[in-house]
Design a protein around this ligand. Structure first.
Ligand code: SAM
Length: 272
């Protein structure tokens, strides 16, 4: 048995004992699920992004919120005490285990929260998926949401797929609705830092409209050209709020978070 498997079995057993004794936070998923979204401090990262949602994205308690690529609920948990009875949360992801956990541990106790599994292909996350992300239609009506966010999701999708998701985001957002998305953006500064070897991820392989760190598993980490992202936002009537809050991923000394953070607002129908 591998060391990795033994470690997971051991932490799974410890977690079950803690839960049985009522000593485990009921909104903390097991370590094996946290590892599927990159590991780290589940609560601290959720709190960090909650600040960006409210301070940069102007998230309000009465908002209807969509969390695309919600994983095992890291961003949903801080919204439990925040959303009012008039607000609501919808999340979907392509990894079933995270969605099952969220349905059992969050949605089953709180009718404001909804989680859905999408059978969409991603080489890194759901290689058995049957639907291409480039044609996936989100299961929500037009103009349903006030606020949509994607944290560390477009950093795992290729350009054609991301373009379809942006069009879907624009469709499901209300006029004037807001959207917060994290990216790895390639511009003069980040490309220069990459060239110098300062980046934490080596985006050495060019792919259409961006670059990846691995040709074998391109979705492991994807960066997009900033000019392309700006163009796609405009094409989808998403007005980008300036400045983009750049991240530390490429070795920059002045940053907000690890990834680059964009906030945009859908043009209202009245203005179109
Ligand atoms: C690094 S994890 C981040 C999870 C979550 N957003 C968070 O910050 O806690 C990337 C997530 O994107 C999801 N993902 C990848 N491709 C997707 C797609 N086409 N549609 C929805 N989710 C996707 C993965 O399944 C995974 O849960």
């Amino acid at each position: 048995m591998s060391t990795f498997r033994i470690r997971h079995l051991y932490s799974g057993l410890t977690e079950s004992i803690q839960s049985a004794l009522g000593r485990r936070d009921p909104f903390l998923p097991p370590r094996r699920l946290i590892d599927t979204i990159g590991g780290g401090d589940f609560k601290a990262v959720g709190q960090e992004f909650f600040r960006y949602f409210t301070e940069l994205g102007n998230l309000k308690p009465t908002d209807r919120v969509l969390d695309i690529g919600c994983g095992c609920g890291r961003m949903a948990v801080p919204l439990i005490p925040f959303l009012s009875k008039d607000g609501g949360y919808w999340g979907f992801d392509i990894v079933r285990s995270g969605i099952d956990w969220c349905q059992r541990n969050i949605a089953a106790k709180d009718p404001r929260f909804h989680f859905e599994w999408a059978d969409v292909y991603n080489k890194a996350y759901n290689p058995e998926g049957t639907q291409p992300a480039g044609r996936y239609v989100f299961p929500y009506p037009d103009g349903f949401f006030d606020f949509v966010f994607l944290t560390s999701v477009f950093t795992h999708m290729l350009a054609q797929d991301m373009e379809n998701y942006l069009a879907e985001i624009s469709r499901v957002l209300k006029g004037d609705g807001r959207c917060l998305i994290s990216f790895f953006l390639l511009n003069a500064q980040s490309r220069e830092l990459l060239r110098r070897g300062s980046s934490s991820i080596d985006f050495q392989y060019e792919v259409p409209n961006g670059a990846t760190s691995s040709l074998k598993a391109p979705e492991a980490a994807v960066a997009f050209d900033e000019a392309f992202i700006r163009d796609r936002f405009e094409a989808n009537r998403l007005r980008l709020a300036e400045p983009i809050r750049y991240g530390s991923w490429c070795g920059r000394s002045d940053f907000l978070s690890y990834q680059d953070m964009t906030v945009s607002q859908k043009e209202s129908t009245a203005r179109s």
